[in-house]
Design a protein around this ligand. Structure first.
Ligand SMILES: Nc1ncnc2c1ncn2[C@@H]1O[C@H](COP(=O)(O)OS(=O)(=O)O)[C@@H](OP(=O)(O)O)[C@H]1O
Ligand SMILES: Nc1ncnc2c1ncn2[C@@H]1O[C@H](COP(=O)(O)OP(=O)(O)O)[C@@H](O)[C@H]1O
Length: 200
C-alpha cells in the first residue's frame, strides 16, 4: 500500500523511445531467476561483457550486491524477498526508461513477485531467463559454502533446502547450466535478443 500522497507525475522532455533511438537498441530487463549457485551471476556477468563489446548500453543488478546497499534492510523472509523483488522491479523500470538493457540476477523464488514485475513493464520489456540447474548440481558447486551451512542448520530458510523455489511456467529463455557451458548459455541469450529484434 502506497504511503505517498499528493504527488504528481512529471514527464521528462526526452522520451524512452528517443533514448533507444540514440543508443540504437531497445531497452528491456533480462530477469535471471534460479537457485543459489545455478549460475545467475556467472551468466549475467559474461553476458554483460558481451553486450558491452557489442556497444550495447547495459547494466547488471545482482542480489548479493544490491543487498549491500539499497536493500540492506531486507532479510530472507517471504515478505522481505517480495519487497526486495518489488524494489528491483521498480529500479529495472527506471533503467529501461533510461534506455538501458538491464540484467537483474535475483533468486526471485516467488512466481507472483516475478509476474508483478512483468506487469509494471510494457509487454516486450520483461524477458524472463530461467537459469535452470538441479539442486544436486547447485549443492555440489556450493560456491559460497551456503548449502553446507543450510544443511548443518546454520542458515534457516535457505532456498531449495527449507524455503521454496517456484519454477517459471513460461519463461522467454531457459539456460541449462548443468548441461551447457557458460559460453553456450550466453550465446542462447544473445541469439534470443537478435531474433526478437532487441539488437540489430
Ligand atoms: N536464506 C537464504 N536463501 C537464499 N539465499 C541466501 C539466503 N541467505 C543468504 N543468501 C544469499 O543471498 C543471495 C540471494 O539474494 P537475492 O536477493 O537474490 O534473494 S531473493 O531474490 O530475495 O530471494 C544468495 O546469492 P546467490 O547465491 O547469488 O543466489 C545467497 O548468497
Ligand atoms: N555451465 C555453467 N554455467 C554457469 N556457472 C557454472 C557452470 N558450470 C559451473 N559453474 C559454476 O557454478 C557457480 C555458479 O555460481 P553463481 O554464478 O554465483 O550462481 P548464482 O548467482 O545463481 O548464485 C560458479 O562457481 C560457476 O563457476
Amino acid at each position: 500500500m502506497s504511503k505517498s500522497t499528493n504527488i504528481v507525475w512529471h514527464d521528462s522532455a526526452v522520451t524512452k523511445e528517443q533514448r533507444q533511438e540514440q543508443k540504437k537498441h531497445k531497452s528491456a530487463v533480462l530477469w535471471f531467476t534460479g537457485l543459489s549457485g545455478s549460475g545467475k551471476s556467472s551468466v549475467s556477468v559474461e553476458l554483460e561483457k558481451r553486450l558491452y563489446d557489442l556497444g550495447v548500453h547495459s547494466y547488471r543488478l545482482d542480489g548479493d550486491n544490491v543487498r549491500h546497499g539499497l536493500n540492506n534492510n531486507l532479510g530472507f523472509s517471504q515478505e522481505d524477498r517480495t519487497e526486495n523483488i518489488r524494489r528491483i522491479g521498480e529500479v529495472s523500470k527506471l533503467m529501461i526508461d533510461a534506455g538501458i538493457v538491464t540484467l537483474s540476477a535475483f533468486i526471485s523464488p516467488y512466481r507472483e513477485d516475478r509476474d508483478k514485475v512483468r506487469e509494471i513493464l510494457d509487454a516486450d520489456e520483461f524477458i524472463e531467463v530461467y537459469v535452470k540447474c538441479s539442486l544436486e548440481a547447485c549443492e555440489e558447486r556450493d560456491p559460497k559454502g551456503l548449502y553446507k551451512k543450510a544443511r548443518a542448520g546454520e542458515i534457516k530458510g535457505f532456498t531449495g533446502i527449507d524455503d521454496p523455489y517456484e519454477e517459471p511456467v513460461n519463461p522467454e529463455v531457459i539456460v541449462k547450466t548443468d548441461k551447457q557451458t557458460l559460453e553456450e548459455s550466453v550465446q542462447v541469450i544473445i541469439d534470443y535478443l537478435y531474433e526478437k529484434g532487441y539488437l540489430s
